[in-house]
Ligand binder design. Structure first.
Ligand code: AMP
Length: 414
């Protein structure tokens, strides 16, 4: 697990800000679920789901409750929905860390942040379109251009079950050709064999049966309306009939956003789909759902590759250099900061030279200088740190107004 330090930490903040403005424009409400839940919330995600069976941080707490750090947040949002019963359709967004005991590597960590949305209570295929489009708009707002969207449908539960059975028998017939890892996966979850990136498996996977011949009429019609809707709103996509997502609960629509610059084994920036049975599994009324989760780490790696969405520069506007006892700096900082001017200062009565060095390092445009003369005459010197212009002297009671004018004229010029 990692510390996220500045300036990357500022970038994380801004990432969530951009996400929030994208989804709140469409009326999604923020839900902040707890980091820790009863383990039952997650075990309902499915016995064949790796994040539950192999990767969960779970333990028995001091009250003998078996709990787990959340490996994802969809289950928590559904549990919260069952508990609070908001009116439907319920449109929620979230952000924050999840925990999975995985082998850490580039783009894969044991604590990682996601942002996501969930819509509960509607079967309308245009909800699927809205959700997928929101992710698409978000990536564009970050400046990413090389994102590919892949879509598929896992059909109705019966279609999915028939497909899984057909896949299992197909893969079992060609068991010897599969890698040992995929042979293992097959015994737990035949769908996930399709996810294998191992070269040895590719020939067998290429000839595997496809889900579309198992779709019921209803599933096929939903998928068609969904795809047409994406075209209507101008979201480009490709149909990938072998796209299955890691979590067991998906039914119907599934989709994945892939970063064009990332290594194919780790190129999923995010994904999601429909999970019509999950709320009922958690003890609520039968309520359909659709949503996605986007990983912050991998999306930022994609941003690095494309040279977009840099960490925001954080610098002071003003640096106060007080070579008396520091008490004037105390007052000036407090006055300027309360007017929203980013103001820094030095401590420990450092020399003029040391304070000027700190002022330059802070990135401030202006230094305010207070020496014995200024103190005696109740004035301050303003020095532009990025021009050779003469420093000017202003009465102390005009300092704030003068600086505000300077800073806003600079902003206007930018
Ligand atoms: P999932 O919840 O498994 O569908 O993952 C959705 C997205 O979250 C992925 O596409 C990744 O971007 C991100 N993600 C999942 N697991 C990790 C991890 N261990 N470390 C970093 N990002 C992750």
């Amino acid at each position: 697990m990692r510390d996220i330090t500045a300036p990357e930490s500022l970038r994380w903040r801004r990432f969530v800000d951009v996400f929030e403005s994208t989804v709140s424009a469409a009326g999604y409400e923020l839900v902040i679920p707890p980091l820790l839940e009863d383990i039952g919330v997650f075990t309902r995600l499915g016995e064949a789901t790796d994040v539950v069976t192999k990767e969960m941080y779970d333990f028995v707490d001091k009250g003998e409750r078996h709990v787990a750090l959340r490996p994802e947040q969809t289950a928590s949002i559904c549990r919260s929905f069952v508990e609070h019963r908001p009116t439907t359709p319920f449109k929620a967004w979230y952000s924050g860390p999840n925990f999975r005991y995985e082998k850490p590597q580039r783009g894969r960590y044991r604590q990682f942040d996601q942002v996501g949305v969930e819509v509960l209570g509607s079967l309308d295929p245009y909800v699927d379109v809205e959700v997928v489009q929101l992710g698409w708009i978000f990536f564009s707002s970050l400046g990413l251009q090389q994102v590919d969207l892949a879509v598929n449908s896992l059909g109705e539960p019966e279609d999915r079950a028939a497909y899984v059975a057909a896949l299992a028998s197909y893969f079992n017939e060609r068991l010897d050709e599969l890698s040992p890892e995929s042979q293992q996966t097959l015994s737990r979850n035949p769908l996930r064999v399709l996810d294998s990136k191992r070269t040895q498996d590719q020939g067998v996977i290429a000839e595997a049966p496809l889900i579309n011949s198992f779709w019921s009429d209803g599933a096929a019609a939903h998928f068609e309306t969904f795809c047409n809707g994406l075209s209507t709103v101008g979201v480009p996509f490709s149909v990938d009939l072998k796209l299955v997502r890691g979590l067991d609960y998906y039914r119907g629509t599934t989709f994945e956003y892939r970063g064009g610059t990332l290594d194919s084994a780790q190129n999923a920036l995010g994904g999601g789909g429909r999970y019509n049975g999950l709320v009922a599994d958690l003890g609520g009324p039968d309520t359909p759902g659709v949503g996605f989760a986007i990983g912050l780490d991998r999306t930022l790696l994609a941003c690095d590759d494309e040279g977009v969405f840099p960490a925001p520069a954080q610098h002071a506007d003003v640096f106060v250099v007080d070579v008396c006892d520091g008490s004037d700096a105390l007052l000036i900082c407090s006055e300027l900061r309360s007017s929203g001017i980013r103001t820094e200062r030095s401590w420990d009565s450092r020399s003029m030279k040391a304070q000027m060095k700190a002022a330059n390092r802070s990135g401030a445009r202006f230094a305010i200088l207070i020496g014995e003369d200024e103190r005696a005459s109740n004035t301050a010197l303003i020095r532009d740190l990025r021009s050779d212009a003469e420093q000017i002297s202003v009465p102390r009671n005009e300092l704030l107004a003068t600086l505000s004018t300077y800073l806003s004229s600079l902003q206007g010029a930018e």
